[in-house]
Design a protein around this ligand. Structure first.
Ligand SMILES: NC(=O)c1ccc[n+]([C@@H]2O[C@H](COP(=O)([O-])OP(=O)(O)OC[C@H]3O[C@@H](n4cnc5c(N)ncnc54)[C@H](OP(=O)(O)O)[C@@H]3O)[C@@H](O)[C@H]2O)c1
Length: 256
C-alpha cells in the first residue's frame, strides 16, 4: 500500500479558493486526487482549479462555487461533483465564518446563529449528503477543519470557539456512527495561520507576540503546513485513525 497515494480519489474541499483550503486542495491533487475547488465566488475558484490543472497537465481540478450557508448550494456541489466524476471519496469541510469579536454578552442572535449554522450545521448537512455513498462503498475519509480555539476559553471569539469545539464532537459522533462502514471522520485544529481570515491577529504586533512568544516553534504557521496533515488524514496512511482532532499549532497549546 502506498501510504499517501490518492490516485483516482475524488475530493471536495469547501473554502478552497484561498488560504488553508486552497493549500489542502493543491496537496491532495499533488498526491493524485481529483479535487473540487469551491467557495462563494466563481472566479477565484476557477483560477485555483486552472493552476492545478496547468501544473499537472491534466484535468484533475474543477470549480463549483457554493455558499456553505445554503443547503441548495451544498446539494448542487455534491450533485455536480457526482455528475462530473461519479463519486466523492474525500470530503474536507474547511470553510467557516466568524462575523463577531467581543464578549458573549454582546453577541446578537443572528451572529451566533450564523456562526453555528456555517461552522457546524453546514458541515453536518454536507456530510449527511455525502456519507451514504461512502457507507455504500465501505470507504471514505471526512475531514473537518476546526481550530485550537475549540480547546480554549476566550473572551473575544467565544462563539466561534464554541462552534469549533462542536466540530470536534461532531467528528467523534460520526466516527462512531460510520466507523463500522470504514468511513473515517477526523478534525484538524490549526493554530494561528497566515491567511486573510486571521489577518487582523497576525498584523497586530501585540497579538502576534502573545501567540508566538509561548509557542515552541516561535512563529505562526503557513497554510501549506496544514496541508500535510490533511493529506495524512485523507490517505491510507491514517487508515486506523478516526474521531481524532490533530492539533497543528507549532506547539502553542502544549507550552506553559
Ligand atoms: N487562519 C487561521 O489562523 C485559522 C486558525 C484555526 C482555524 N482556521 C480555520 O481554517 C479554515 C479556513 O480558514 P482560512 O484561514 O484558510 O480562511 P481564508 O483564507 O479567509 O479562506 C476562507 C475560504 O473560505 C471561503 N468561504 C468563506 N465563507 C464561505 C461561505 N459562506 N461559503 C463558502 N465558502 C466560504 C472563502 O472564499 P469566498 O470568500 O470566495 O467564499 C475562502 O475560499 C476555517 O474553518 C477557519 O476557521 C483558521
Amino acid at each position: 500500500m502506498e501510504l499517501f497515494d490518492l490516485t483516482g480519489k475524488v475530493a471536495v474541499v469547501t473554502g478552497s479558493s484561498k488560504g488553508i483550503g486552497k493549500a489542502i486542495a493543491e496537496r491532495l491533487a499533488d498526491h493524485g486526487a481529483k479535487v473540487v475547488i469551491s467557495s462563494r465566488k466563481a472566479e477565484p475558484c476557477e483560477q485555483v482549479a486552472n493552476a492545478i490543472n496547468d501544473k499537472h497537465g491534466d484535468t484533475r481540478a474543477i470549480a463549483i462555487p457554493a455558499n456553505i450557508a445554503s443547503k441548495e448550494d451544498l446539494q448542487r456541489l455534491v450533485d455536480d461533483t457526482r455528475a462530473t466524476w461519479g463519486q466523492i471519496d474525500i470530503l474536507v469541510c474547511n470553510a467557516a465564518t466568524n462575523p463577531y469579536a467581543g464578549p458573549m454578552s454582546g453577541i446578537a442572535d443572528e451572529q451566533f446563529n450564523k456562526i453555528l449554522q456555517n461552522n457546524v450545521v453546514s458541515n453536518h448537512w454536507l456530510i449527511q449528503m455525502v456519507a451514504p455513498e461512502m457507507v455504500a462503498r465501505n470507504d471514505g475519509a471526512i475531514l473537518v477543519i476546526s481550530s485550537i480555539g475549540g480547546l480554549r476559553g476566550n473572551a473575544v471569539i467565544g462563539a466561534y470557539n464554541i462552534s469549533k469545539a462542536a466540530d470536534m464532537q461532531l467528528v467523534r459522533n460520526l466516527a462512531v456512527e460510520y466507523g463500522p462502514h470504514n468511513v473515517r471522520v477526523n478534525c484538524i485544529a490549526p493554530g494561528l495561520i497566515k491567511t486573510d481570515f486571521a489577518r487582523y491577529l497576525w498584523e497586530t504586533p501585540e497579538i502576534l507576540k502573545t501567540v508566538t512568544d509561548p509557542a515552541p516553534l516561535k512563529r505562526i504557521g503557513l497554510p501549506d503546513e496544514i496541508a500535510g496533515s490533511a493529506v495524512y488524514l485523507c490517505s491510507p496512511a491514517s487508515s486506523y485513525v478516526t474521531g481524532q482532532t490533530l492539533v497543528v499549532d507549532g506547539g502553542m497549546t502544549i507550552a506553559w
